[in-house]
Design a protein around this ligand. Structure first.
Ligand code: AMP
Length: 148
């Protein structure tokens, strides 16, 4: 696990605008927000991608996320928000320590302050290919390959 800026923030060596902290989780404002209230929620456990995370840290994140989302929405008045979690440089991960973005979405604000811009180009799932793929994933889940 490489040293990252988030490890230094967890240790308190680099300041952040902290909004929440417990034994396993820290949440703070993103330094380059996509919109007002853009918040990062990170496990204290050093893991690069979500699949590397222990069930204890994942549970701790999941336990606090809804409350943090409510807090961000109440504090900003945002009418909507996105949760974003990037894994790997190819998926736009820049800081190699697991983090969840809470990104308020303000459709009426100008680009650059409105929140996450999404290009969503869905395909169509072929029934036969879908059945085979779902079977492979289910098998991988149950045969132990998905164990951390
Ligand atoms: P990602 O592309 O998912 O890896 O996002 C990393 C996020 O971390 C970006 O939105 C950055 O603006 C944010 N970030 C990087 N350094 C800091 C920092 N020192 N304090 C707060 N947020 C940071």
């Amino acid at each position: 696990m490489p040293e990252t800026i988030f490890s230094a923030i967890i240790r308190g060596e680099i300041p952040c605008h902290r909004v929440y902290e417990d034994d396993r989780v820290l949440a703070f404002l993103d330094i380059n927000p996509l919109s007002e209230g853009h918040t990062l929620v990170i496990p204290k456990e050093p893991a690069v991608t979500f699949d590397e995370l222990s069930e204890e840290s994942a549970a701790a994140l999941g336990r606090v996320l809804p409350r943090l989302c409510r807090a961000v929405v109440r504090a900003t008045g945002a009418p909507a928000y996105n949760l974003l979690q990037n894994n790997g440089a190819g998926a736009h991960q820049a800081v190699m320590h697991v983090h969840v973005h809470i990104i308020p979405r303000y459709p009426d604000r100008p680009e650059g302050r409105a929140g996450l811009g999404l290009v969503w180009r869905p395909g169509a799932l072929d029934a036969q290919a879908g059945a085979a793929l779902a079977g492979r994933i289910a098998a991988a889940f149950s045969d132990g390959a998905a164990q951390a």
